[in-house]
Design a protein. Structure first.
Length: 266
């Protein structure tokens, strides 16, 4: 390990994602950047997760396998154990591409005053790993995130560990947009920087059983509450788009309910 390079700590929170976690682990271990501390925090999985983890145990710095209070609590456990200058988390169904951490460190070395460093491009992948969309989100500052567009790129984002500590870690009472809440608090401690690279360096898995798919209305309501708590205007583009999104969810649910109970013609 080259200790002259900044250490980067990566936390993977996990619970019963055995079908995906090997791809996640391999994507961390196959990074081209050499000085990585890898921490897996599993909430007591009962599927094949831990047998997969054991295959790579000699290359993982810390493994925790115990009941937790949810994803945010698991990530916080990892944050508090991390010793890197930069920290980030990679969910157990998402993946990095090989040069992700190297690009983050390049930005950090050029502009070390930041709180958040991230790659603005991201692939959306399905349960089989097939790419189904490409997202690009360039966030210049806190006000833009608060009032204009709340969408972020989470997998390939990393944070100054001291700023994470100062911000008070993740709010473990938030279940859907804990990353957005953390970003808004971190941006009170330092600026945000995104890479000028024009390609994705992570894959975000969005499939039929993922949390943001099955709980769309809860997700939107929690985002609205989080934005307003941090000072968003009730008339902002963000809040208006959430209201429209909620309306679409309710209309779709109403239509599905109507189809389900439509009388059958004799």
């Amino acid at each position: 390990m080259n200790t002259a390079l900044p250490k980067v700590s990566i936390i993977t929170p996990s619970y019963n994602q055995g079908q995906f976690i090997e791809a996640t682990i391999r994507s961390v271990l196959n990074q081209t950047y050499p000085n990585i501390e890898y921490i897996i925090v599993d909430g007591g999985s009962t599927d094949e997760t831990m047998s997969v983890v054991e295959k790579y145990r000699d290359r993982i710095d810390i493994v925790i396998h115990e009941k937790d209070k949810g994803q945010s609590d698991a990530i916080n456990k990892g944050f508090k154990l991390a010793t890197g200058e930069l920290v980030g988390w990679l969910n157990s169904d998402d993946v990095f591409y090989p040069d992700c951490v190297a690009e983050i460190v390049r930005m950090y070395q050029q502009q070390p005053d930041g709180s958040i460093y991230y790659i603005p491009w991201q692939n959306g992948i399905d349960a089989k790993g097939t790419i189904h969309n490409l997202a690009c989100r360039k966030i210049p500052n806190r006000n833009y995130l608060l009032n204009t567009s709340y969408s972020i790129i989470q997998p390939s984002s990393f944070y100054n560990r001291e700023h994470v500590q100062a911000a008070g870690y993740l709010n473990d009472s938030i279940h859907y947009c804990m990353d957005l809440d953390l970003w808004l608090r971190l941006l009170n401690h330092g600026p945000i920087y995104y890479s000028n690279i024009d390609m994705p360096l992570s894959g975000f898995r969005n499939w039929e059983l993922s949390k943001t798919t099955t709980g769309a209305d809860k997700f939107l309501k929690e985002i609205r509450q989080t934005l307003l708590k941090h000072g968003a205007s009730v008339y902002s583009r963000n809040i208006c788009s959430i209201q429209v999104g909620l309306l679409k969810v309710y209309l779709k649910r109403l239509l599905n309910y109507g189809h389900a109970y439509r009388p059958v013609s004799s």
